[in-house]
Design a protein around this ligand. Structure first.
Ligand code: DC
Length: 220
C-alpha cells in the first residue's frame, strides 16, 4: 500500500506521516529531507553562493550524491547523519531553488520509487500524489493557515536554539510556498483524488484520528 501525503511547508505532514507509519507498520519516507540533503551537499561544496546555484556543476555531481536514511529515520549524506543541519534556516532558504531543478527531481523521484519497492510506505512531500505515486491507494493533501504554520515552525526552531524571529520564519515559509506552487517542474498542487485536510484548528491527536480512519477505510 502506498500513502501519499502532500502539502504546504511546515503544515505537519511529516508528523502525521510518521504517526501513520508507526501505527500501521509501514516505512516512512521524508522526501523533503532528500531535497534538503542535496541542498546541504551543494552548500558544503561551493555550488550555492549567495543564493545562486551553479547548475552545471550540480548536474554533473547529482548522480553521485549519496542521499539516504538511517534506521532511525535520520537523513544521511554519504553515510553521515546530517538530520540536524538540513533543518537549519540556511538550508531552508536555499532548498526550494534546488528542488525546482528538473535533473534534481528526476534523480530523487527515481530514488523514492526504488526505496518503496519492497514495502508499504507513507511518503510525504509535494509531488507524491501527482508524480511519484499517481496510483497511490490513499492521497492526503495537508494544509493550515500560514500564520499557524509559521508559529509552529518558529517554536520548533527556538526549541533547537536557532536565533530567529517569527517574521523571518513567516517570510521564509511564504517564499517557499510561492516557489513550490509556481515552479515549472512538478509544482505543489492537490491531486484531484486527494483528500484535503486543513489542520489549522486541530490538535495532533484529532488530525491523526481523521487520517487513521482514512487509511483503515482504504485497507478495507
Ligand atoms: O517538506 P520540506 O519543507 O522538508 O521540503 C523542503 C523543500 O523541498 C520544499 O521547499 C519543497 C521541496 N520538496 C519538493 O519539491 N518535493 C518533495 N517531494 C518534497 C519537498
Amino acid at each position: 500500500m502506498k500513502i501519499a501525503i502532500d502539502g504546504h511547508s511546515s503544515c505537519g505532514k511529516s508528523t502525521l506521516a510518521k504517526q501513520l507509519a508507526k501505527h500501521f507498520g509501514f516505512t516512512y519516507i521524508d522526501t523533503g529531507a532528500m531535497y534538503r540533503t542535496v541542498t546541504l551537499y551543494s552548500m558544503r561544496n561551493g555550488l550555492i553562493k549567495n543564493g545562486s546555484i551553479d547548475e552545471t556543476a550540480l548536474q554533473s555531481k547529482i548522480s553521485g550524491i549519496k542521499v539516504g536514511f538511517k534506521k532511525d529515520g535520520h537523513a544521511t549524506l554519504d553515510g553521515e547523519d546530517i538530520e540536524r543541519e538540513i533543518r537549519s534556516l540556511d538550508v531552508s532558504k536555499n532548498v526550494s531553488k534546488v528542488a525546482a531543478l528538473k535533473f534534481v527531481r528526476k534523480e530523487m523521484v527515481t530514488l523514492q520509487r526504488k526505496m518503496s519497492q519492497d514495502s508499504s510506505v507513507v511518503m510525504d512531500g509535494r509531488d507524491i500524489g501527482t508524480v511519484v505515486f499517481p496510483d497511490a491507494e490513499l492521497k492526503i493533501f495537508v494544509t493550515a493557515r500560514d500564520e499557524v504554520r509559521a508559529q509552529r515552525r518558529y517554536d520548533e526552531l527556538k526549541a533547537k536554539g536557532e536565533q530567529t524571529t517569527f517574521q523571518t520564519v513567516l517570510e521564509n515559509l511564504r517564499q517557499r510556498d510561492f516557489l513550490d506552487t509556481t515552479r515549472d517542474v512538478d509544482p505543489l498542487i492537490k491531486a484531484d483524488d486527494a483528500i484535503l485536510l486543513d489542520n489549522s484548528d486541530m490538535t495532533l491527536e484529532q488530525q491523526f484520528d481523521v487520517a487513521r480512519k482514512l487509511v483503515t477505510d482504504r485497507m478495507e
